[in-house]
Design a protein around this ligand. Structure first.
Ligand SMILES: NC(=O)c1ccc[n+]([C@@H]2O[C@H](COP(=O)([O-])OP(=O)(O)OC[C@H]3O[C@@H](n4cnc5c(N)ncnc54)[C@H](OP(=O)(O)O)[C@@H]3O)[C@@H](O)[C@H]2O)c1
Ligand SMILES: [Zn+2]
Ligand SMILES: [Zn+2]
Length: 352
């Protein structure tokens, strides 16, 4: 065991601050990496503030962070995929049983024994897992991913959650050429959805509550932008979408979007607001429309997404910050003032 610096929340209402945590010495199957960049996901904020208490109550202190890019510093004797000096990445999961039907089908995220990167039981050290707002991490090689060499590291970090969370449902719903796709909420997830859906060849429409993001949406390769608070603009698209991805982090009216689906269209929720969202039966039954959800993606699919982003030169648009600005970044994220993902330069933690 060894000690490192990290940033944690001590309670649901306290700001994040400097702390010391323990990591295990790498076992034979482990990869140890020095963390270079860690993206800030809205889930980090939900978890740090215990906003998901009904699903996964937060255990304090909580060290968030699951968009991790680093350099391998040490590997166990049975590790074949990585060696010291390699670039590597870790996303939202660090363990699963590997034997259940979900794991065997490549859906580790749905394994009854999945261990997320933070806030779930750490079978090695006791307590809970600690995430990427830290100097280093030790993870079983099954959950460590390869980073395409052509991608900028700060911009690639958010692919590990925002990238896979949008890539997976877009692929599952066969988004591509000839499909009209909506993306609701131009935040970290939303802007990745726009880039990936465009690369897949779809016609992409962004729904935003922030008129000032209009120019950006076009630059990100959206084909159309709708200001969702304008009922006339919304009405123009009634009954026309094959697929809508909803990446909103807070309470909002999903029926307004279900009504924009064509017959048999699907709206997939990836946003995970604190409170339940009411659904109008008529919005669904008229047109045989469907509503689903999606959670990140399995490990093989995450590698497929990273390779896809490497081929298409896709990274997140990031604002790189030192870890000392984390609390300010959280407040800005709540105000939808992120362009379009914060990525923490972890060198800032080393010098503190
Ligand atoms: N399913 C999964 O596996 C998964 C994975 C990662 C994250 N998530 C969840 O996905 C959600 C989005 O995460 P993120 O990191 O992309 O967050 P984010 O960067 O904060 O983006 C959220 C966007 O939602 C819109 N929004 C915010 N408040 C709103 C409101 N009151 N009404 C309407 N729109 C609003 C804003 O877009 P505009 O300014 O364009 O309106 C905002 O930029 C979070 O709930 C997060 O926990 C789920
Ligand atoms: Zn996330
Ligand atoms: Zn399993």
């Amino acid at each position: 065991m060894y000690k490192i610096k990290a940033y944690s929340a001590a309670s649901a209402t306290s700001p994040l601050g400097r702390t010391t945590i323990t990591r295990r010495d790498p076992t034979e199957h482990d990869v140890q990496m020095e963390i270079l960049y860690c993206g800030i996901c809205h889930s980090d904020l939900h978890q740090a503030r215990n906003e998901w208490s009904g699903f996964m109550p937060t255990v304090y202190p909580c060290v968030p962070g699951h968009e991790i890019i680093g350099r391998v510093s040490k590997v166990g004797s049975a590790v074949s995929k990585f060696k010291a000096g390699d670039l590597a990445a870790v996303g939202c999961m660090v363990d699963s049983d590997g034997t259940c039907p979900e794991c065997r089908a490549g859906f580790e995220q749905f394994c009854p024994s999945v261990i997320f990167t933070y806030n779930l039981p750490d079978k090695h050290l006791g307590g809970v897992t600690y995430g990427g707002y830290a100097e280093s991490i030790v993870v079983d090689q099954r959950f460590v991913l390869r980073v395409p060499a052509n991608l900028s590291l700060a911009g690639a970090a958010p692919l590990l959650c925002a990238g896979i969370t949008t890539y997976s449902p877009l692929r599952y719903h066969k988004v591509g050429k000839g499909k009209k796709v909506g993306v609701v909420g131009l935040g970290g997830l939303g802007h990745m959805a726009v880039k990936i859906a465009h690369a897949l060849g779809a016609h992409v429409v962004v729904f935003t509550t922030s008129p000032k993001k209009k120019e950006d949406a076009l630059r990100l390769r959206a084909d159309e932008i709708v200001i969702s608070r304008n009922a006339d603009e919304m009405q123009k698209h009634a009954g026309s979408f094959d697929f809508i991805l909803d990446a909103v982090s807070a309470d909002h009216d999903i029926n307004a979007y279900i009504n924009l689906l064509r017959r048999d269209g699907n709206l997939t929720l990836v946003g995970a607001p604190e409170k339940p969202l009411p659904v109008s039966a008529f919005a669904l039954i008229m047109g045989r429309r469907s509503l689903s959800g999606s959670a990140i993606g399995g490990i093989a699919e995450t590698q497929e997404m990273l390779d896809f982003c490497g081929q298409h030169n896709i990274t997140a648009d990031v604002e790189v910050i030192p870890i000392q600005k984390i609390n300010e970044a959280y407040e800005r994220m709540l105000k939808s003032d992120v362009k379009y993902r914060f990525s923490i330069d972890m060198a800032s933690l080393k010098t503190e």
